[in-house]
Design a protein around this ligand. Structure first.
Ligand code: NAD
Ligand code: DAU
Length: 332
C-alpha cells in the first residue's frame, strides 16, 4: 500500500489510528474529516506532516470523495455520527453521514478498485440479557435498537451488498466500547473523569446495571490494521477484549482512582431504549489473524486515561460546557 485515506481521522478512534499508522507502517495518510463538533484537530498534533495531510470535507461529497479515492491505495472508513444520545435527539445527520456517506465511499472504491475497510460497532446486534451465556459472534443476527445503531447496521449491509454484487474488496469489523485518550467528553468515561476534575458528581443513567465490553482504543486500532493487511476479503471480524463491566462499577473505579468516595455519583434519567448488555466473542480475529489485546488490565488503562485528561485539559475544556448544557436540558 502507499496512500491510505482515513475518514473521520480527526475524531477519537480515527486520530488514534492515524498516529498508529504513522508509528507502525510506512504509509502516507490522507485524513478526510468534516470537522464536526465531535472532531478536534489538536488530536492530530504531533503527526508527521510530511506523511499526513488533512482534507476538510464530507464523506457524502461524491466529487471530493472520488478525487481522493482515485489517488488512494486503501480507504479505512471511521467517519460517523457516533453518539447514541444525539441520535435520539436528531437522527437526520446519522442517516446522511453513516448511510449516504458509506454509499458514496462504496461507489468510489467500486469505480477505482480500491481496498476498503469498514469500521463498525457491536451495537448492530442489539443487546443481550445480563445472564445470557452467549456473546456476539460474526453469525449473530442484526437487531439494532437506536437510530445510531440502525444507521451503522444499514451501512454494514451496504458494504456486504457491494462485496457480493460488485466484487468490492472490502473487510468489515464490529468493535465493542472503546476508551482511551482523545475521546469526546460527551461519552461515558471522559464525561465522568472531567466531571470529577471539575468537582461535579458523575452521572449514571438509570440503575447503571447496563454492561459494556470495554477495549482500549489502541487494541481496536491494532486489530483494524491487522485486518486491513491480512483479513480475508468480504469477511467480518468482531473486535473485543473480554472487558465486560457494568456502568456502576466503572463509575466506582473512576472515583476510586481519582481519590473520591466510591458512592459520590448521581443517578440521572435513563436513555430511551437503552441497550442492556454488549459482549463480544473475538475468537475468529484471534485464531485467524493472531491478534491479541495488549491492554489486559482495564484498571491500568483507565488510570492512564485519567492521567491523559488531567494532563490535557486544553484539549477538552472548550467542549465541556456545551456538552453539559445539552445533557442538563434532558435531565442527564
Ligand atoms: P467520533 O465521533 O469521535 O469521531 C467521528 C469523526 O468523524 C469526527 O472527527 C467527525 O468530524 C467526523 N465526521 C462526522 N461526520 C462526517 C462526515 N459527514 N464526513 C467526514 N467526516 C465526518 O467517533 P469515534 O468514537 O471515533 O468512532 C469512529 C468510528 O468507530 C465510527 O464509525 C463508530 O461507529 C465506530 N465505533 C466506535 C466505537 C466507540 O466506542 N467509540 C466502538 C465501535 C465502533
Ligand atoms: O458499543 C460500541 C459503541 O460504544 C459505539 O458504537 C458508539 O459509537 C459509542 O458511543 C459507544 O456507545 P454507548 O452508547 O455504549 O457509549 P456511551 O459512552 O454513550 O455510554 C456508555 C454507557 O454509559 C451506556 O450504557 C450509557 C451510560 N452512560 C453514558 C453517559 C454519557 C451513563 O450512565 N452516564 C453518562 O453520562
Amino acid at each position: 500500500m502507499g496512500n491510505i485515506v482515513v475518514t473521520g481521522g480527526a475524531g477519537f478512534i480515527g486520530s488514534n489510528f492515524v498516529h498508529h499508522l504513522l508509528a507502525h507502517t510506512t504509509h502516507d495518510v490522507t485524513v478526510l474529516d468534516a470537522l464536526t463538533y465531535a472532531s478536534n484537530t489538536a488530536s492530530l498534533d504531533g503527526a508527521d506532516e510530511s506523511r499526513m495531510h488533512l482534507v476538510v470535507g464530507s464523506v457524502a461529497d461524491a466529487d471530493l470523495v472520488d478525487s481522493l479515492v482515485a489517488k488512494a491505495d486503501a480507504v479505512v472508513h471511521f467517519a460517523a455520527e457516533s453518539h447514541n444520545d444525539n441520535s435520539l435527539d436528531d437522527p437526520s445527520p446519522f442517516i446522511e453521514t453513516n448511510v449516504t456517506g458509506t454509499f458514496v465511499l462504496l461507489e468510489a472504491v467500486r469505480r477505482h478498485h480500491t481496498r476498503y475497510h469498514h469500521v463498525s460497532t457491536d451495537e448492530v446486534y442489539g443487546d443481550l440479557a445480563l445472564d445470557d451465556p452467549h456473546r456476539f459472534t460474526e453469525a449473530t443476527a442484526y437487531n439494532p435498537s437506536s437510530p445510531y445503531s440502525a444507521s451503522k447496521a444499514a451501512s454494514d449491509h451496504l458494504v456486504r451488498a457491494w462485496v457480493r454484487s460488485f466484487g468490492v474488496e472490502a473487510t468489515l469489523s464490529n468493535c465493542s466500547n472503546n476508551y482511551g485518550p482523545r475521546q469526546h467528553v460527551e461519552k461515558f468515561i471522559p464525561r465522568q473523569i472531567t466531571n470529577v476534575i471539575d468537582g461535579v458528581r458523575p452521572k449514571l443513567y438509570g440503575a447503571g446495571l447496563n454492561v459494556r465490553d470495554w477495549i482500549h482504543v489502541d487494541d481496536h486500532n491494532a486489530a483494524v490494521l491487522r485486518i486491513l493487511e491480512s483479513g480475508r476479503i468480504g469477511e467480518t471480524y468482531l473486535i473485543g477484549a473480554d472487558g465486560e463491566k457494568n456502568n456502576v462499577s466503572v463509575i466506582e473505579l473512576i472515583l476510586a482512582l481519582m481519590g473520591q468516595p466510591t458512592d459520590a455519583y448521581d443517578h440521572v434519567n435513563d436513555r430511551a431504549g437503552h441497550d442492556l448488555r454488549y459482549a463480544i466473542d473475538s475468537s475468529k480475529l484471534r485464531s485467524e489473524l493472531g491478534w491479541q489485546p495488549q491492554f489486559t488490565s482495564f484498571e491500568d488503562g483507565l488510570a492512564d486515561t485519567i492521567a491523559w485528561y488531567r494532563d490535557n485539559e486544553a484539549w477538552w475544556r472548550p467542549m465541556k460546557q456545551a456538552t453539559e448544557a445539552k445533557y442538563q436540558k434532558v435531565g442527564q
